[in-house]
Design a protein around this ligand. Sequence first.
Ligand code: V1D
Ligand code: CA
Length: 480
Amino acid sequence: MYVQLPFDELKVDPSRKKRVAYFYDRDVGNYFYGTGHCMKPHRIRMTHSLIMNYELYKKMEIYRAKPATNEELTQFHTDEYIDFIDRVTPDNLSMFEREQIIFNVGDDCPVFDGLAEFCKISCGGSMEGAARMNNGSCDVAINYAGGLHHAKKSEASGFCYTNDIVLGIIELLRVHPRVLYIDTDVHHGDGVEEAFYTNDRVMTCSFHKFGEFFPGTGNLNDIGIGKGKYHAVNVPLRDGIDDASYKSIFEPIISKIIEWYQPSAIVLQCGGDSLSGDRLGPFNLSMRGHANCVSYVKSFGIPMMVVGGGGYTIRNVARTWAFETGLLNDVILPKELPYNGYFEYYAPLYELDVRSSNMNNANSPEYLDKILTSVITNLDHTKHAPSVQMHDVPYDMEDWGDVYEDEQDSRDTKGGSMYARDKIIQPDNEFYDDEDKDYGERNIDVTNGNSNSNGNSNGGGVVLTDTEMKEIELLNKVAV
Ligand code: V1D
Ligand code: CA
């Protein structure tokens, strides 16, 4: 069953260009987990700087999402947990001794300045990306501030406090009968799997290092329970997996799942800690090997949301996410890095590529064959019986158990109800970043977005505020 083929060069087909909505908040890079902590939101700003200086703003629409509200966060998380996240600060931490333990904040998940705002920015991007996919205003949504896959309903875990992915998927489920979640972070996507473990409207598939590695879950035999049986797929891998081995397991598993499950939307978590040389991850993927996952998932032409995740050698995360943003826009970025605000990080070669090393690959063809056979056999033995047909638009959330406790709350989400969303089409001259808007309703523009905040067309399908235009000009000036 398992066949390893050589790793081919990545290709794009510009004639199949999709509408891409990219979410970025200029504040995100300022949040700081603390000295000695390996999670650095600054890498999102570095990624953005590369993206802008490679001129990808000419290819896609750029938005600053409204930060999620507490009410929106409680569509998945408990009120008590969100109330804690909203109130706790490094200065008042001693007042929350009991909560620190029950909500698991501490070494991995420290309380830092602006924690709640950081969570709201991360979740706002994924929720708004989903709302835009739902109303058809984009085919691809990108939020590198998202992908925080370990966060639980009432617990922080593995550098993640709120789960933007679960919230984004909940939004997608308003319109999409079946959503596929794929997780290429080197860690198991446990928070997302757990949220939908008993559910057949979401299929989760995580590729991860397994065996004495955080979080310790994600065994091959963990396949979902009840209605969710066969709707969780786990691909436990060993150290040193390289591009050819990864491709040879990723592609047949994903094609089988898509054929079997027929999702109408896909969420792809692109954790950069599966890259070679990561500070925490022991895999050996080059930038191109990592990006092959993006390219392969995109090739199915199904609306998709791309989110970030882990990634601790930050220059390599920025390189890879920029390259992947190029692929999503049907552009292969040239190797030579453009001058950008963080150019010195890319010394000594100042090149885009992240290369594999000569480390040992502990994933033998026999081991990978065993995984592939198990995954394919599970799906082959069962005929998928979708609980929601393609033509149904699901609003009855009775069966949501863990995910939805209150049906009324579930309707009051990011995009509002379908009805509410249709009623809040923005005028051409109003774009994001409007402080006066009611955050309880997503403010989704369904025009083609070819104007900046002054209503001026820039001819390239770009939506930039004046400030962002100035930012780009400034970056380019520095380059001269
Ligand atoms: F190295 C560190 C320095 C400071 C603080 C934490 C760490 C660290 C490294 N690895 N923490 C870890 C992992 N935690 C443990 C704990 C020991 N305990 C009993 C648990 O091994 C957590 C790794 C989190 C990985 C997060 C992620 O990459 O998957 C991610 N995805 O999206 C956002 C983050
Ligand atoms: Ca993973």
